[in-house]
Ligand binder design. Structure first.
Ligand SMILES: [Cu+2]
Length: 129
């Protein structure tokens, strides 16, 4: 596990040609979300990212309603381009988002499945052009 972490740290450091990912548990602990992209996560401009959503038991969550909102907390605005999100199966959801400024961005994610709902915020303090 330590080696895996080291690998990703090196990946992020050199950024090009490596995939990168970030993992988080939702606020109420109902879901685990793994964000990944083929390049740097995230960058200025268009980003294609994948969310792998699992429940507290590690089972892939299918058929959820997933919302994703890019947000700049210091500026109080989102992105000019509405994100698109499509379910790919096996708990994988593909999202295309555009970050229209350099700076501090958050990805605010909501997941609704049946009668439960939970949310998570991924923080990206320094998006550069
Ligand atoms: Cu802004």
């Amino acid at each position: 596990m330590r080696y895996l972490f080291f690998f990703f740290a090196v990946c992020l450091f050199f950024s090009s040609g490596c995939s990168s990912q970030s993992v988080k548990t939702s606020e109420k602990g109902l879901f685990h979300i793994k964000l990944s992209s083929e390049g740097k996560l995230l960058k200025f401009g268009r980003n294609e990212i994948f969310l792998h959503i699992t429940d507290a038991k590690g089972k892939s969550v299918e058929g959820a309603t997933v919302g994703i909102t890019p947000w700049m907390p210091e500026h109080g605005h989102g992105s000019l381009w509405p994100p698109t999100i499509t379910e790919k199966g096996n708990g994988i959801y593909r999202a295309v988002i555009a970050l229209t400024m350099a700076g501090h961005w958050q990805l605010r994610i909501t997941i609704q499945k049946g009668d439960v709902e939970d949310s998570a915020v991924f923080d990206f303090p320094n998006i550069t052009k």
